[in-house]
Design a protein around this ligand. Structure first.
Ligand code: ADP
Ligand code: MG
Length: 481
C-alpha cells in the first residue's frame, strides 16, 4: 500500500500467544478460562502469603520450541521479574514476567508479502509471563465483576523489530506467527477467544529518514483483518498530524471495530512506572544445551522449510506452496495424498480447488473432511495414469462424498458411463481434427504440445466421458497417416 510517496509507515508488533498447557504457568490450577467464573484460581494464583510459585516445565519447553523455530538464541537460564501495577483483575498487585533475560532472544521469521518474495522480519525477543484475570462488564448490572480463571495462565509475548512497512505486511506477519505457533502445537490459535492478541506499534517518517518517528500503540487486536484496518486508520491520522506541522503524541489507543477508527485510551507508561525487580520466590532455572537439542529433535518440519521444499523439490508455484503450508493439517493431507499419487501439482490443485470448495461450503476443517487423503490420492493416481479424465475423477469424488461409496465402487460405476468404444471416440476425434486445422498442421510439424490441447477439446466434447488414454491413441493413429 502506498500512503504517499513522502511518508513511510514503520510498524512493530507485540503478540501475546496463549500457550496451551494443562495447568497454569506457576500453579497446578487447570488453565481453563471458559469454566464457571473463579473456579480455577487457587492460592498460588492469588499470591496468598506462604505460597510459592513453581515454573511449569511444559510452558518452558513450548517457549523454547518457538525459539528454535525462529532460529533464536535461547537463554541459558530462565528467570523472572515482577512487574508491579494495580488493576482489579490483578489482585496480587504484580505480574510475573521476564524483563532482563527473556527465554527467547533475537531471531527472525520470513514474512510473505503481497506479490513479492519473503521479507525477513527480526524478532526482538519472546518472553514468558502470566496472564491477568478478566473484568466482566456484562454479567451483573451496573457492576464490574472479576473472573480470575485466566489469572496465571501462560503467555509467550513475541516482540518484533520495527521492520514492517505497511498494514498488509503487519497482518501477514501476524498470520505467519499464527501459522507457526499452531503448527508447532503450542497454541490453539483461536483468535476469537483471545488465544493470540496483537498490539501494533506504529509511527511514520519521511522516506529516506533513518530516525524513527513518534509512535502510538494500538492494543489488543484479535484478527488479521482488523490489524490491517486499524493500522490503516492510524497511519493516515499520523500523516495528517505531521502534514499540519503537529506532532504525534506517544499514547496507547484502542481500535473500535464498529466505527473503524482508533481512540486514545491512555498516555503511554514507561518501564520505570512498573518497579520491576527479580521475583524472589523463583530461582533461575538452568536451560541445558541437551534440553534445547532434544526439543529441536522432537519438532516437526517447519512451515517455511516445507514451503521451500514444495517449490524446489515438487516444483510447485510459490503461491500454491504457501497456501498448502498455511496450516499443518492441510499440509499433512497433501503429504499423504501425494504419497499415493506422486503428481504433486495435480494433488495440490485438487486440494485447493475441489476439496477447498467443499470445505468452504460445509464449513469443515480439512481434518473433518470425509474423504481420506489416501482415497483422494487413489482417485488421482488414475488421472495421473491417464485412465480417467479430470471430469470423471470429479464424478468419482462426488459419488464417494455423496453416497459414502468406496473409491473402487465409485470407479466401477463411473467407468460404466465412460465412452471407450473406439467407434464413438473416433467420431469425436475426427470432429476435433476437422475443427482445428491450424493445430493439426502444427502437430504435423512436430509440435507435440498441441496434442494435449486437442485431447482436451475431445474430452470437453464428450462431456468428460472419454477415456483420455484411448483418445490419445486414436489421435496418434489418425494424425500419423
Ligand atoms: P515498550 O517497552 O514501550 O513496549 P519496545 O521498545 O519494547 O517498547 O517496543 C515495543 C514494540 O514497538 C516493538 O515491536 C518495536 O518494534 C516497536 N517500536 C518501537 N519503536 C517504534 C517506532 N518508533 N515506530 C514503530 N514501532 C516501534
Ligand atoms: Mg512492550
Amino acid at each position: 500500500m502506498n500512503f504517499s510517496s513522502k511518508w513511510e509507515p514503520v510498524i512493530g508488533l507485540e503478540i501475546h500467544v496463549q500457550l496451551n498447557t494443562q495447568s497454569k504457568l506457576f500453579s497446578t490450577s487447570p488453565a481453563q478460562v471458559n469454566s464457571d467464573p473463579n473456579v480455577h484460581a487457587n492460592i498460588v494464583d492469588l499470591a496468598i502469603p506462604g505460597t510459592l510459585p513453581v515454573l511449569n516445565r511444559k510452558a518452558l519447553h513450548k517457549a523454547i520450541m518457538f525459539g528454535v523455530a525462529i532460529s533464536a538464541r535461547i537463554s541459558k537460564t530462565c528467570r523472572f521479574e515482577r512487574k508491579s501495577y494495580f488493576y482489579p483483575d490483578l489482585p496480587k498487585g504484580y505480574q510475573i514476567t521476564q524483563l532482563s533475560d527473556p527465554i527467547v532472544g533475537k531471531g527472525s521469521i520470513d514474512v510473505l508479502t503481497e506479490g513479492k518474495s519473503a521479507k525477513t522480519v527480526g524478532i526482538t525477543r519472546a518472553h514468558l509471563e502470566e496472564d491477568a484475570g478478566k473484568s466482566v462488564h456484562d454479567r451483573i448490572a451496573n457492576t464490574t465483576a472479576i473472573d480470575l480463571n485466566r489469572a496465571g495462565t501462560p503467555l509467550l509475548e513475541v516482540v518484533t523489530e520495527p521492520h514492517l512497512n505497511s498494514p498488509s505486511e503487519a497482518a501477514s506477519c501476524f498470520r505467519q506467527l499464527h501459522t507457526l505457533v499452531t503448527w508447532l502445537g503450542i497454541c490453539d490459535g483461536n483468535l476469537n477467544e483471545g488465544s493470540m492478541r496483537c498490539d501494533a506499534n506504529v509511527s511514520v517518517r519521511q522516506r529516506g529518514d533513518k530516525a524513527l518517528g513518534n509512535r502510538t500503540e494500538i492494543k489488543n487486536v484479535n484478527s488479521f483483518r482488523f490489524v490491517e484496518r486499524a493500522l490503516h486508520y492510524e497511519i493516515e491520522r499520523h500523516i495528517a498530524l505531521l502534514e499540519q506541522g503537529e506532532s504525534v503524541e506517544r499514547e496507547t489507543r484502542l481500535y473500535d471495530v464498529e466505527r473503524d477508527e482508533t481512540r486514545r485510551m491512555r498516555g503511554k507508561e514507561y518501564s520505570d512506572d512498573y518497579r520491576y525487580f527479580p521475583d524472589p520466590d523463583l530461582l533461575p532455572v538452568a536451560v541445558s544445551e541437551d534440553l534445547v537439542e532434544s526439543i529441536r529433535r522432537s519438532m516437526p518440519e517447519l512451515p517455511h522449510v516445507r514451503r521451500e521444499r514444495y517449490v524446489s523439490q515438487l516444483e510447485l508455484d510459490h503461491g500454491i506452496a504457501a497456501l498448502l503450508t498455511r496450516d499443518r493439517e492441510t499440509s499433512e493431507y497433501f503429504e499423504r495424498a501425494n504419497r499415493v499419487t506422486g503428481n504433486a501439482r495435480l494433488v495440490a490443485n485438487w486440494i485447493l480447488g475441489n476439496v477447498g470448495s467443499i470445505l468452504n461450503r460445509d464449513e469443515l476443517t480439512i481434518e473433518e473432511f470425509p474423504l481420506s487423503p489416501e482415497a483422494l490420492g487413489k482417485i488421482l493416481s488414475h488421472v495421473d495414469d491417464d485412465e480417467l479424465s479430470d471430469a470423471m475423477a470429479k464424478q468419482v469424488f462426488d459419488q464417494v462424498l455423496a453416497h459414502g461409496n468406496s473409491v473402487n465402487e465409485a470407479l466401477d460405476r463411473v467407468r460404466q458411463t465412460q465412452i471407450s468404444g473406439s467407434g464413438e471416440l473416433r467420431k469425436i476425434v475426427q470432429t476435433v481434427l476437422d475443427n482445428h486445422p491450424n493445430q493439426v498442421k502444427q502437430l504435423s510439424e512436430g509440435k507435440s504440445k498441441v496434442l494435449g490441447f486437442l485431447i482436451g477439446q475431445a474430452i470437453k466434447m464428450s462431456q468428460g466421458k472419454a477415456d483420455p488414454k484411448q483418445l490419445s491413441e486414436i489421435f496418434r493413429e489418425l494424425t500419423s497417416s
